[in-house]
Design a protein around this ligand. Structure first.
Ligand code: TA6
Length: 288
């Protein structure tokens, strides 16, 4: 299908009716729905569908840079580029395909990219929907350059929640984090579960590979399982920052929370010909 700008989109639907919609713009997942059609990802009502800017919501991919830590635009260029469908991807493990509905996307460094980031790469993204509705994103990034390069990556995941003051995250206890609100200074998480009463913009370091987000009001739990992604970004802009974003409603901070599988503190270095794989699996289950 095409979006209103004529940019290709892919809709995945599993046998039970769960679905995901991915835009070739940025390789961005725009929607992930349960088999009852319930939307699980947040998209701002003020989102601007105007390339090259990423839509505010879904799962933009931050690559090869996270945030403003480097010479590229905020969060790198991958989310602002047109990806293509890869009809003949190098094979993944059979378990990555069996019983799954999936699409393979590809972003290759263009001449233009090489001007701002002089490294030739191939970024293969498989987005898949399992029979139970789990959404999986597998990134394979290969250095096809003649010299090593390093990158950071984050799956900037906007979860749809009912009320930010009724949400807690488990799995980040005792971790160190870099606080973007205090010049990225390093702190240690003291709390047990993480709850929210003001703006949070942190990168938790060396987390376990399973993170749980409890939406108390909606009685459901999101689970993030990740491999190759040691860090977790947690972001809610809260009221003041929301008002400064043109593509974000003033009150919308109450219905979203970004919890991103990422590799940020220690950028990943690839030698020529080397490939890195990172996996993120999202699931949602009713919780008491
Ligand atoms: O979550 C980390 C962060 O860098 C925040 O500081 C905020 O800028 C957010 O990402 C959204 O960034 P974007 O460029 O998509 O507006």
């Amino acid at each position: 299908t095409k979006d209103r700008n004529g940019i290709g989109q892919v809709v995945l639907r599993n046998p039970r009716g769960a679905s995901a919609r991915i835009s070739l713009h940025g390789g961005q997942v725009l929607s992930w729905r349960t088999d009852r059609g319930e939307e699980l990802l947040f998209t701002s009502t003020k989102a601007i569908f105007k390339p090259p800017h990423a839509v505010r919501g879904g799962i933009p991919i931050c690559f090869p840079q996270f945030g403003n830590r480097g010479s590229l635009e905020q969060h790198g260029f991958a989310r602002n580029k047109i990806w293509v469908i890869d009809d003949n991807p190098p094979p993944l493990h059979p378990s990555d395909s069996l019983g799954k509905t999936y699409v393979d996307l590809l972003l290759k460094s263009s001449e233009e990219d090489l001007k701002t980031w002089p490294h030739s790469f191939e970024f293969r993204l498989r987005v898949s929907l399992a029979a139970d509705g789990y959404l999986t994103m597998i990134s394979r990034i290969r250095n096809i350059n003649c010299k090593p390069f390093s990158f950071s990556i984050a799956y900037h995941t906007y979860f749809s929640i009912s009320d930010i003051s009724e949400v807690r995250i488990e799995g980040l206890e005792t971790l160190d984090y870099l606080d973007n609100l205090c010049q990225k200074e390093r702190f240690t998480e003291q709390g047990d579960a993480l709850t929210f009463e003001s703006e949070v913009d942190r990168v938790y370091l060396n987390s376990k590979d399973v993170i749980a987000i409890f939406d108390h009001e909606r009685k459901r739990t999101f689970t993030i399982r990740k491999e190759g992604l040691p860090d977790v970004v947690v972001w809610n802009p809260w009221e003041k920052k929301s008002k400064s974003m043109v593509d974000f409603g003033d009150e919308e901070f109450k219905q979203m929370l970004c919890v991103d599988g990422a590799a940020i503190e220690k950028p990943i270095t690839l030698k020529p010909g080397e490939e890195w794989t990172g996996r993120l699996e999202l699931s949602v289950v009713p919780s008491s």
